[in-house]
Design a protein around this ligand. Structure first.
Ligand SMILES: [Zn+2]
Length: 422
């Protein structure tokens, strides 16, 4: 290649990446996970898949050793062999047969970016960790669609170095999205199987969504989320029998034995399943809540709730998941903890200081009576409205809504769109 050709090529690359950056502005980035179906692979192919991760681990650890005394930028990614230790900590040479050169590069690239983020951290914190040798490598970056990996059709992908297509499941999440573009993908080795996490770019949706009316939610102290329109969601996911069985099994196995290792793997798989179940429960609830135009909630301390609340069966609350997901949405309004959502009477505006945790129904002298949780959820909306009316609680009609009589308040509530109090 002459100097002129080289410059022309560089220019072309620069121009292309500029165009891509421009295009990305009108797109959203989404990552989808599809499962690799290994039931149709033969033994050689299964081995190949497994060895990708083993070789990536060897390479990673070898590069870390190299870094003691050398600069990682000088590491030779073209080498066919790496040095390591075997089970008895004896030096061995491993041959890299399966890892493609792009995969090798991305393993090293991963180290470089970890180093970079560590050094950034160092600027703000005095104490940062360092990179450690890995006992397993679980994520291999496949840099380019149509190079390191490709979609053949809805059910098959190709991975660099594999002679045959590999069956996958789960593409219907994104297959029919128009103008979808595939960027990089990550090949994952998780306790319950191999996955491919594909990064995609798609056009920003132009269509306007129709939302339901506003809603307040009360995160109950034990097990439920209650909405201001009276729905209750259970937020506990019970730990499976399988987890308990695996834990007992591990306790009986000898340390360092392969049977113990197998049991640990089973336990991990069971926990992965539990995690999926928790995520699923949380997603369903969050999606349903976000069908409303605005969601009002209170920022309560979740940590304190877990102490001594659950009985013998270990149960996992997904309240934390739900809260985290809601907090990042722009249509969710979070009230401060100081707002008296349980004590405040929405009709006459008095504060009942004597309300106890055991009182399941809120009752006021003015005649207002409501289930405690629904009452609190409804107050989330009301109290934040009072906030928007100003600290004086003046409504859109110029009235102080805390001073209004029940009959007068109805018009004010109608403005708020209350279903239950009219
Ligand atoms: Zn009252």
């Amino acid at each position: 290649m002459t100097e002129e050709e080289r410059l022309a090529k560089n220019n072309q690359i620069r121009e292309q990446s500029k165009q891509t950056r421009e295009k990305r502005k009108s797109q959203v980035c989404r990552v989808y996970r599809v499962k690799i179906d290994i039931s149709h692979l033969n033994e050689a192919q299964k081995l190949q898949l497994k060895m990708l991760f083993v070789e990536a681990k060897w390479l990673y650890n070898d590069a870390l050793t190299f870094m003691k005394g050398h600069n990682i930028n000088d590491y030779d990614t073209k080498a066919q062999t790496v040095n390591g230790l075997d089970k008895d900590r004896q030096a061995v040479t491993h041959e890299l047969q399966y890892l493609s050169s792009q995969m090798k590069q991305s393993v090293i690239q991963g180290i470089k970016s970890s180093l970079k983020s560590l050094s950034t951290l160092k600027k703000t914190q005095n104490k940062v960790g360092s990179l450690h040798y890995k006992s397993e490598y679980v994520s291999i970056n496949l840099k380019q669609h149509k190079v390191t990996y490709r979609f053949y059709d809805k059910q098959h992908i190709g991975i660099q170095g594999f002679s045959k297509p590999i069956k996958i499941r789960g593409t219907k999440q994104f297959w029919n999205i128009p103008n979808i573009e595939f960027a990089n993908a990550k090949l994952l080795n998780l306790p319950d199987g191999y996955y491919l996490a594909v990064t995609t770019f798609q056009n920003k949706g132009g269509e306007q969504k129709k939302y339901k009316s506003e809603i307040g939610i009360d995160m109950g102290i034990k097990t439920t989320i209650t909405t201001s329109d009276g729905r209750k969601y259970k937020v506990l996911v019970e730990e499976s029998e399988r987890i308990k069985r695996c834990q007992r099994l591990i306790a009986r196995r000898k340390r360092g034995s392969s049977n113990r290792y197998k049991a640990v793997m089973l336990l991990r798989k069971a926990y992965k399943k539990l995690g999926s179940r928790k995520r699923d429960t949380a997603n369903k609830i969050v999606n349903e809540l976000l069908e409303h135009e605005k969601v009002y909630m209170q920022d309560e301390n979740l940590k304190g709730w877990h102490k001594g609340l659950f009985g013998r069966t270990v149960q996992h609350s997904v309240l934390g998941h739900i809260k985290r997901k809601l907090m990042i949405n722009e249509r969710v309004i979070v009230l401060s903890v100081n707002k008296p959502t349980t004590k405040y009477c929405p009709v006459c505006g008095t504060l009942r200081k004597d309300i106890k945790l055991s009182d399941r129904v809120y009752e006021c002298l003015c005649g207002y009576k409501e289930d405690r949780d629904i009452h609190a959820a409804w107050n989330m909306i009301l109290l934040s409205k009072i906030d928007t009316y100003g600290t004086q609680g003046i409504n859109a009609f110029g009235e102080d809504i805390r001073q209004l009589k029940p009959q007068d308040l109805s018009c004010c509530l109608a403005e708020l769109g209350s279903p239950s109090l009219l």
